[in-house]
Design a protein around this ligand. Structure first.
Ligand SMILES: [Zn+2]
Length: 235
């Protein structure tokens, strides 16, 4: 049995016990930095208008006071009314979001989420700068190099001694709180993300699938996500 390489410290275990399931080798390991879940770590810095191909958004910039990392939220419409807000929590994928990579489905998912928000005229894209499921850009390139030799995305991360998923979705809770959002309808194929966001205190009334960006180049990647990371590839 393959074990996640980063076991939680006692302190982290206390903070993350609710989402740490060591019996599942593909469960996201706790973040390497210790995060106090009871205090806000994200500071809202500034906001601006952002016209895009998929409508005009208000872009809010946040900075993590612990790590210095910067994150954003794209807001459209009046999100202060009580109806659940259509939302995607998207983790940065430079290769997919900006370079049109066909190794994953991130770019098409981001585009589809922005189009869905634009179609409703109301919603939020929370964009977290957690490149490569949190391992960083250079490590992602290392993992891709191993995938070129036949490993899948999970095997490659483990071979590099990296967590399969190091993302911290509690950041999204702080952003929703800042925006005054009480409940969301989440665009995702990832049930683990639904579970983690719910554990972080976010009220999710509905999960909406995003089946886009399927391509011969990423078929193995999508199959791995379905088989090893429990993503739902069908509605
Ligand atoms: Zn991607």
């Amino acid at each position: 049995m393959v074990k996640p390489n980063r076991m939680p410290t006692t302190k982290q275990k206390t903070l993350y016990f609710f989402q740490w399931q060591p019996e599942n080798p593909f469960q996201a390991a706790p973040s390497t930095h210790t995060r106090k879940t009871t205090t806000m770590t994200l500071q809202h810095i500034t906001s601006c208008r952002l016209p895009t191909e998929h409508g005009i958004y208000q872009m809010h910039g946040y900075q993590d006071s612990q790590t210095g990392q910067e994150h954003i939220a794209l807001v459209m419409g009046d999100i202060t009314t009580p109806e659940p807000v259509l939302s995607r929590v998207h983790s940065e994928c430079l290769t997919g979001d900006a370079l049109f990579s066909q190794k994953c489905d991130c770019g098409p998912q981001l585009k589809a989420a922005m189009q869905a928000v634009a179609a409703e005229g109301r919603g939020v894209i929370v964009y977290l700068r957690q490149e490569g499921r949190g391992i960083g850009l250079i490590n992602k390139i290392r993992a891709y190099a191993l995938q070129d030799k036949g490993m899948d995305t999970v095997e490659a991360n483990l071979a590099l001694g990296l967590p399969v998923d190091a993302r911290d979705f509690t950041l999204a809770k702080e952003i929703y709180d800042h925006l005054g959002i009480r409940s969301i309808r989440l665009l995702t194929n990832n049930p683990e993300k639904v579970h983690t966001l719910q554990q972080a205190g976010i009220h999710i009334t509905e999960r909406l699938p995003l089946h886009v960006g399927i391509h011969p180049e990423n078929q193995n990647y999508l199959n791995t996500k379905a088989q090893k990371l429990n993503h739902m590839m069908k509605d």
